[in-house]
Ligand binder design. Structure first.
Ligand code: SF4
Length: 277
């Protein structure tokens, strides 16, 4: 029985950076809060809480805190509000998400109808809309087919979306608008993790995908693996592993979302090694 971790899996640059920022602030200050969970990984958020870092939903829930903006980013008005309330705002928005903010804002300034390929209601997408107020959010080609499209369209993408969805949207728009500008803002960490998960799933008879059930990029990895390996399971912790998943398997693959620290992957791998020993 072979157990393989995908070539690219787990915490990305943006998540490592944000965790580093929060931990440094928590070491030096008392009243540290994050605006929403720092990342979509309940285990990591619980670990931070044990170090005194609380999660708040709105800036007015606390007084004079060090308020950390998470990797997904926020609309500019929230940062203004937090500063006006006297918080020390520390911006841990991933630089790649900031690039999407800039791209969407520039397209809107240039007169394009901005389309964000992404998940409506996702915090990152809400933040992008905050930088291009007239943007439309599109989650599928079917949604596009129901829209009356203008002649000039500019496309950006939620950083964790799949290349397949972007291709579907772009191929539809190509034949229906005169002036189409596409800025592929899917981040490299996402593309690498998706490609590595797909390659590994093709070789395995069981795939374990680790990450928050509320994590969009982990759910996408699960869907990608499921297409090639029907025995795919999405877990948050090693407690959820079931020995029956591995019966008759020769090769078990592991991948993990961009919000899963490397040490969590190693814990799951050790648990699988023990279960199949
Ligand atoms: S997945 Fe990409 S955009 Fe999102 S936090 Fe990680 S590096 Fe940044």
């Amino acid at each position: 029985m072979e157990v393989t971790i995908a070539k690219y899996a787990g915490a990305c640059f943006g998540v490592e950076r944000a965790l580093d920022i929060v931990l440094k602030n928590a070491d030096q200050k008392n009243n540290v809060v994050t605006l929403g969970p720092l990342i979509h990984n309940p285990k990591v958020v619980a670990d931070l809480e044990s170090k005194g870092v609380r999660v708040i939903e709105k800036p007015d829930e606390v007084d004079s805190a060090t308020l950390i903006v998470r990797t997904h980013g926020v609309v500019p008005e929230i940062i203004d509000e937090a500063k006006a309330l006297g918080h020390d705002v520390v911006d841990a928005t991933c630089p790649y998400v900031k690039k999407v903010h800039l791209a969407a804002s520039k397209l809107e300034d240039e007169g394009y109808q901005v389309i964000i390929v992404g998940e409506s209601g996702h915090p990152e997408v809400d933040g992008i809309v905050g930088h291009a107020k007239g943007a439309w959010v599109v989650g599928s080609r079917v949604e596009l087919e129901q829209m009356t499209l203008p002649k000039k369209i500019g496309v950006v993408v939620q950083t964790t979306q799949s290349q397949n969805l972007l291709q579907e949207v772009v191929s539809y728009l190509c034949t229906r608008c005169e002036n189409l500008k596409v800025i592929n803002t899917i981040c490299q960490a996402t593309s690498e993790r998706q490609a590595a998960a797909k390659d590994l799933a093709l070789e395995c008879d069981c795939m374990i995908v680790i990450g928050g059930k509320n994590s969009a990029n982990t759910t996408r990895l699960y869907e990608i693996c499921l297409q090639s390996c029907s025995n795919t399971h999405h877990i948050e912790t090693s407690d959820e592993l079931r020995v029956e998943w591995f019966k008759g398997c020769n090769h078990i693959g592991i991948t993990a979302g961009a919000s899963t620290p490397q040490k969590h992957i190693q814990i799951v791998k050790s648990a699988i090694d023990n279960l199949v020993a």
